[in-house]
Design a protein around this ligand. Structure first.
Ligand code: CMP
Length: 420
């Protein structure tokens, strides 16, 4: 059954609380005290105040609160009908030790400090009962305070442990980020930032990884007095795995390119090297690799799954997409690559790009696309190689706007200068 307070008479409460009073003493107490009503919220005792009243609760309930150091009240106890409060200040002759507030409509029987003192002085057994009751109350509130402190301590310890774990995770994250930054620096250092100076020719290239490190690469490899290798490759994966394979692919091409001037042979040897270097069977690389004779302008090349390179021929205001067949490197054991030929006349420009260029999407999900790229190149075909490269990256950046980048974008340009 819930503890519903019921109104008690002053006689009943006095008898219950001060056991052993004779009828005469009871009558005297009843005459010296008075019954009072208080609304809910009324403060009957105020902590720190010198007050001189003792209360027997006849009806309703009160809360007993003590102010914490930060000013917030902490409930330490409560009283219901048949119990009393306000005895501590009177026994000690000091200010109230707590604030007592009615939490319901309340009826009390009040009497003065003098009457209370006389009652205790004349009835040692009542004084003992009051002290015993007081000890019980204080013991209970001590236990509650200790339980509360233990709970808060446990919460604090957990919060501290969580904070330490979060800090440790942060340190690891920062270290990993720093390591990735170093990897990115190493990776960028593998890409040409100065281009060969060959009479009649201009080269340019640029790479923007979607994440800190990427899987695209381009390279210009001097082979002999009049031949150079032109490479653009795209490892079909993201992040660190792609970055490591990008380095492997570059090394393989650099090593194989010096052994043969046949792009198909070089690319096939690289293909075998990749097959041997990876145990993963979903790992592949698309690549354009061409060997240019810088004296004649003739180029032999392979297109291994790479997007069609574009040749701009401003003389006729036209362009060509180079479409020889060839699957990607590093996956199929029976790979064959078609080696094609191309002649670059003075003023012609070869533009090789990775699919990150044409797949660059804007905020509404539309890709930049080959048509946009061709229109841009048509307008800019007369520009120097470096400016064409810049124009492509400006265009895809403008197209992308605030949208996220999902793929690395790389461009390699080889231009035979007019009159070259
Ligand atoms: P007094 O100090 O006169 O006024 C406030 C009253 O609240 C006090 O007497 C006791 O009756 C009661 N009180 C104070 N502290 C506690 C406590 N820790 N546990 C129970 N009751 C208390």
């Amino acid at each position: 059954m819930p503890d519903t307070p019921t109104r008690l008479s002053p006689q009943a409460v006095i008898r219950q609380v001060f056991e052993g009073l004779d009828e005469h003493e009871l009558e005297e107490l009843l005459e010296t005290g008075q019954v009072r009503h208080y609304p809910s919220g009324h403060v009957l005792c105020r902590e720190g105040e010198m007050e001189h009243t003792f209360y027997l609760l006849l009806d309703g309930q009160v809360d007993i609160t003590i102010q914490m150091l930060d000013g917030t009240p902490r409930k330490v106890s409560q009283r219901k009908a048949g119990e009393y409060f306000g005895e501590m200040a009177l026994i000690e002759n000091r200010p109230r030790s707590a604030t007592v507030t009615a939490t319901t409509e309340t009826e009390v029987f009040e009497f003065s400090e003098e009457v209370f003192d006389a009652l205790l002085a004349e009835n040692p057994q009542i004084a003992t009962m009051v002290l015993r009751q007081l000890t019980t109350y204080l013991r209970k509130s001590d236990q509650a305070a200790i339980a509360d402190l233990s709970r808060k301590n446990a919460e604090l310890a957990k919060a501290y442990n969580d904070l330490q774990a979060a800090q440790a995770a942060l340190v690891i994250k920062e270290r990993l980020e720093r390591e990735l930054e170093i990897a990115a620096e190493v990776q960028q250092s593998m890409l040409p930032d100065v281009f060969p100076e060959i009479d009649g020719w201009a080269f340019s290239g640029h790479n923007e990884p979607a994440r800190t490190v990427g899987g695209d690469l381009f390279d210009i490899i001097p082979l002999d007095e009049e031949h150079i290798g032109l490479l653009l490759a795209d490892v079909a994966d993201k992040s660190v795995h792609a970055a490591l394979f990008m380095a492997v692919t570059r090394t393989l091409f650099r090593a194989e390119a010096t052994r043969s001037h046949s792009p198909a042979e070089t690319a096939l040897n690289v293909h075998k090297g990749i097959l041997g270097a990876s145990s993963r069977d979903d790992m592949f690389v698309t690549a354009f690799y061409g060997v240019l004779n810088t004296r004649t302008g003739d180029m032999r090349y392979v297109r291994a799954g790479q997007d069609f390179p574009i040749v701009l021929r401003p003389s006729g205001g036209s362009f060509e997409e180079l479409m020889p067949r060839g699957r990607f490197l590093g996956m199929l054991t029976d790979l064959s690559l078609e080696e094609a030929e191309l002649h670059l006349a003075p003023g012609d420009t070869l533009v090789v790009y990775s699919d990150g260029v044409t797949d660059m999407i804007n905020a509404s999900g539309r890709a930049y696309g080959i048509d946009d790229l061709l229109s841009l190149l048509r307008v800019n075909s007369q520009l120097p190689a470096r400016d064409i490269c810049q124009a492509i990256f400006d265009a895809i950046s403008a197209h992308r706007g605030q949208a996220d980048t999902f793929d690395d974008a790389t461009v390699l340009i080889c231009q035979r200068q007019p009159g070259g």
